[in-house]
Design a binder for this molecule. Structure first.
Ligand code: ZN
Length: 242
């Protein structure tokens, strides 16, 4: 089975469309989404509809829950709270009911999927080797897939050393005896210094994971953000991917 893993789309339709185009060209069997479909970005309804139609599994993220009113927006940054209020005002009934039916954690035969971490599926960021070891210890599967940090990352706990950023093109072996935690990076708001949309290809037949990046029309999304009068910083940060 070949699976495409996406995360943190954040209402960026240009980035999602580019990622889905690349994914369609790879002949996958399933797509999994690790949450945060909305918040920050200007096209939440279209992104929800596209992912709802294609994803075999979709998680809910902290921004989705903020928009749904299940997390108090006081705990969000100013831009996150402002964009969550904007998203709430424009979100369609279909998108609202789709997001409301999702969980932040899901197990498949192959992997544990969480938005944040196995210890805290909504909020914990797994960014360090120590956090990854704790996350893997708390996991019910040897392969753990997380989103939330918007950085493409890989950690492995078998030799005590491996882990860190996974630039586009990084290819890793996937073996059941090795415990691994992978973050595909963000489709719609990358924060790892590469502004291209990120996704992850898992090939369970050839036992490998490939971190993929695809360029998209950043200027088009920035124009949509400005037209929606969302905070300017949300447009600016897409240029550099931070
Ligand atoms: Zn996010």
């Amino acid at each position: 089975m070949r699976v495409a893993v996406i995360s943190d789309v954040h209402g960026n339709l240009e980035a999602l469309t580019a990622a889905l185009g690349a994914i369609d060209g790879c002949g996958i069997d399933a797509m999994w989404c690790l949450g945060d479909l909305v918040g920050y970005g200007p096209r939440p309804n279209e992104c929800c509809a596209l992912v709802a139609a294609r994803a075999a599994v979709c998680l809910v993220g902290n921004h989705d829950l903020g928009v749904l009113g299940e997390i108090d927006l006081d705990v969000f940054s100013h831009e996150a709270a402002e964009s969550a209020r904007w998203t709430r005002a424009v979100l369609s009934e279909e998108a609202t009911s789709f997001l409301a039916g999702l969980s932040p954690l899901h197990e498949t035969d192959e992997a544990l999927l969480v938005h944040g971490s196995p210890r805290d599926p909504v909020w914990e960021y797994v960014l360090s080797f120590g956090q990854a070891v704790a996350a893997l210890a708390a996991a019910t599967r040897p392969l753990v897939l997380v989103g939330h940090s918007h950085a493409a990352l890989h950690f492995e706990d078998s030799d005590g050393s491996a882990g860190g950023l996974a630039p586009g093109g990084t290819t890793l072996p996937l073996k059941p005896e090795r415990r691994r935690l992978l973050n595909p990076g963000s489709v719609g708001q990358p924060r790892d210094g590469d502004p291209r949309a990120a996704w992850l290809l898992l090939d369970f037949e050839e036992h490998r994971a490939v971190f993929e990046r695809v360029a998209y029309d950043v200027a088009a999304t920035q124009a949509q953000i400005r037209a929606a009068r969302l905070p300017e910083e949300l447009a600016d940060r897409l240029t550099e991917g931070f």
